[in-house]
Design a protein around this ligand. Structure first.
Ligand code: NAD
Length: 406
């Protein structure tokens, strides 16, 4: 695979007067007025990377980034650019895709529009980096994965949860064999999303409309697929029950609308570790639940030698040798603190924002002209799990997960 750095300004400049070489990647960022595009990708990733002076490449040279903001509304997008000292903005995504000086097309716009954008960008030889899910349908996601495998560009898809400090610590425990034989994983994700009548909802209304690409299963099962793969092993089957607990919500204009998409998904997944051991995972995902947990997502892994509970930031563990002996006695009030019986797993290193860490890995991959680890095929497996989760719920059957052939 070769890098397509065709911009004269972007090409690695020859060192002058012994000055370090700097290569600048121009990144067209689409959907940056949205929640994810703005907060996580522009504000927490690309601008901090630019402000820190870029990245150091293995040969000692510097890789800098230059964002170009793309959106539909010139007023909004130019104001955003001015606010953050960004020189370039545009309302013409197609022109940027065709512009040879642009290296990377990033997409955090609505899911429905994504396959078209990514296909055009890869056909034009652009590296792509994109939010998940890559497509609304499995066929489109597989088509993108096929294109990604042959386009000769670096293609990356956000797999942010695996970069969360809590999950990094959990993965470390797996790698060190802390659990012995892993038996099960249980996950609890969710929080109350306001209906929008008495106070504005804290998520966009399209999230609750199937026709606009919304829904808990579509949104979260693609995350759970790479989390389960990345921590434990491949997902072999899914049995899910999805539902719409809150049928009427109020949109950004204060108008009531029918929530056509599922706002909760209760899933059971059969997994297989790389050693071939079976593991059962169960994950509840809900936007209609009030939080009595330490974090908005928590995963508990139980194994023969130990257990651990990981959230976004924290991870606690209990080894077999340190496991107290609980005795069931409904006649006596609880006298011990079960939470106090766990030890906190240390990070032992600085764990930066997960979105930024993945961007940095992706940019290093672009510079090296190699594929990114979390690619369009991994993303297609995520879309597949969501599709089969919905199918499982609709038919009340267990769906096995076939291997995707490219
Ligand atoms: N990685 C994660 O944890 C995570 C979390 C939430 C959302 N997402 C994904 O990120 C994407 C954006 O989600 P969001 O929550 O930021 O949504 P959002 O509604 O806040 O933002 C959507 C963006 O798309 C733009 N847009 C909307 N309709 C458009 C149209 N017709 N043409 C062009 N642009 C249009 C909007 O202007 C905005 O910039 C979705 O694909 C979603 O699945 C990922």
């Amino acid at each position: 695979m070769t890098s397509t750095l065709t911009n004269p300004a972007a090409a690695a400049a020859e060192p002058r007067d012994g000055a370090p070489r700097v290569r600048t990647l121009r990144i067209a960022m689409n959907g940056v007025t949205g929640r994810m595009g703005y907060r996580q990708h522009l504000l927490r990733s690309i601008l901090p990377i630019r402000e820190q002076g870029g990245l150091t490449l293995p040969d000692g040279s510097t890789l800098q980034v230059e964002p170009i903001l793309v959106g539909r509304n010139a007023e909004k997008i130019s104001a955003l650019a001015a606010q953050h000292g960004i020189e370039e903005w545009s309302t013409d995504l197609d022109a940027l895709i065709d512009d040879p000086s642009v290296d990377i097309i990033f997409d955090a716009s609505m899911t429905q529009l994504r396959p078209e954008t990514l296909k055009k960008a890869m056909a034009a030889g652009k590296h792509i980096y994109t939010e998940k899910p890559t497509a609304e349908t499995l066929d489109e996601a597989i088509e993108l994965a096929r294109l990604g495998a042959t386009a000769g560009v670096t293609a990356g898809v956000v797999h942010d949860k695996l970069y969360l400090p809590g999950l990094v610590k959990l993965r470390k425990l797996v790698d060190e064999g802390f659990f012995g034989r892993i038996l099960s994983l249980r996950g609890e994700f969710g929080y109350w999303v306001f209906e929008g009548d008495t106070q504005p909802a804290q998520r966009p209304s399209w999230n609750y409309r199937t026709e606009d690409g919304g829904g808990m299963t579509t949104d979260m099962f693609c995350h759970w697929n790479y989390v389960l793969e990345g921590i434990i092993g491949k997902v072999k089957s899914v049995n899910a029950l999805t539902t719409t607990h809150i049928p009427t919500r109020w949109d950004e204009q204060g108008e009531p609308y029918q929530a056509t998409a599922d706002d909760a998904a209760y899933g059971i997944f059969e997994l297989e570790t790389p050693a071939g051991d079976p593991v059962i995972a169960q994950i509840n995902s809900s936007w209609a639940v009030r939080v009595y947990r330490d974090e908005l997502v928590e995963f508990q892994v139980d194994g023969t030698h130990g257990s651990a509970v990981a959230g976004l930031f924290k991870c606690v563990a209990q080894h077999r040798s340190m496991t107290p002996k609980p005795v069931w006695n409904p006649d006596l009030p609880v006298a011990e603190s079960f939470r106090g019986q766990w030890q906190e797993v240390p990070a032992n290193r600085d764990l930066d924002n997960g979105f930024k860490l993945q961007w940095e890995e992706f940019l290093q991959d672009v510079a090296a002209g190699r594929p990114h680890g979390f690619d369009l095929l991994s993303a297609a497996r995520g879309v597949q799990l969501a599709a089969l989760g919905l199918e499982s719920s609709a038919t009340r059957t267990t769906q096995s997960i076939p291997e995707i052939e490219l």
